[in-house]
Write a protein that binds this ligand. Structure first.
Ligand SMILES: C[S@@+](CC[C@H](N)C(=O)[O-])C[C@H]1O[C@@H](n2cnc3c(N)ncnc32)[C@H](O)[C@@H]1O
Length: 242
């Protein structure tokens, strides 16, 4: 009988990655923005699960669990109301479950969802959707919300040999911009997923955890298990902007 063995180093290896500073060059960034909007990501086909089923990427129970953790954390800080900008929100199913859970303890003044693709979705009037790439979303709404939320952004390596992956880096640039525009304003970045491993651009883990402009205020495991690729660790990370 064959025995399945799992690597236990995958997560650690991916999380040791460092984002190459070349990506901060203005010209590099401009090329990336053009690529997101011109390449395949601008098609519902590459994210067909989001189009075909009104479900979030993570199981509903896990999304609700994350919502509970976030709600309780904010209440513990004395918060009574919040406004949220969610980027890469897909079909907004996850947004609905998070919104429902959090609104049991806090007033939600605004929940703005954005994605580069306008998927079929069922949203109520308390959630607004705008078709925008993540960077444009932060440029337009980053000033008027308390929380920037990312849940399961696409996993990507930046370089594949000599080629740059056209789907990478939006999460990195937009968090960078949100941090810069909200210095000292008591705002948060909430990341739900496997930061810098199966969710988000590779290198994000080190970037966020060693960034002197933010502080990791809370971190909690949502699911820790294995799949055919190795260990899976979906967590909620709450960063405060200093
Ligand atoms: C795995 S889905 C997650 C969707 C949702 N957050 C959830 O948890 O179900 C990743 C989403 O990121 C979006 N996306 C990818 N690159 C993007 C970009 N540069 N700007 C905005 N959205 C992007 C995709 O269209 C897709 O909806």
């Amino acid at each position: 009988m064959s025995k399945t063995t799992y690597s236990t180093t995958r997560l650690r290896d991916e999380r040791n990655a460092v984002i190459n500073p070349i990506v901060d060059l203005k010209e590099f960034r401009e090329i990336m923005v053009k690529q997101w909007n011109e390449t395949l990501i601008n098609s519902a086909l590459v994210n067909s699960h989001q189009e075909q089923q009104p479900l979030p990427t993570l199981p509903i129970k896990i999304v609700e669990y994350a919502g509970d953790i976030l709600k309780n954390y904010l209440i513990s800080l004395g918060k009574k109301e919040i406004s949220v900008l969610e980027v890469m929100s897909g079909n907004c199913s996850g947004s609905r479950f998070l919104h429902r859970t959090i609104s049991k303890g806090l007033k939600i003044n605004e929940w703005i969802c954005t994605d580069i693709i306008d998927f079929t979705k069922t949203i109520k009037e308390n959630i607004k959707f705008h078709k925008l790439d993540g960077l444009k979303a932060v440029e337009q709404y980053g000033n008027c919300v308390d929380i920037l939320l990312l849940m399961c952004p696409p996993p990507n390596q930046i370089f594949d040999g000599n080629h740059v992956n056209p789907m990478s880096l939006c999460d990195y640039y937009l968090m960078n911009d949100f941090i810069a525009m909200n210095k000292g304003k008591n705002k948060f970045i909430v990341f739900i997923g496997e930061l810098g491993a199966s969710d988000g651009t590779e290198g994000l883990y080190k970037y966020m955890l060693s960034n002197s402009k933010i502080k990791l205020s809370h971190r909690q495991m949502l699911i820790s298990s294995y799949n055919q690729f190795g260990p899976i660790e979906k967590e909620i990370f709450i960063f405060s902007i200093l």
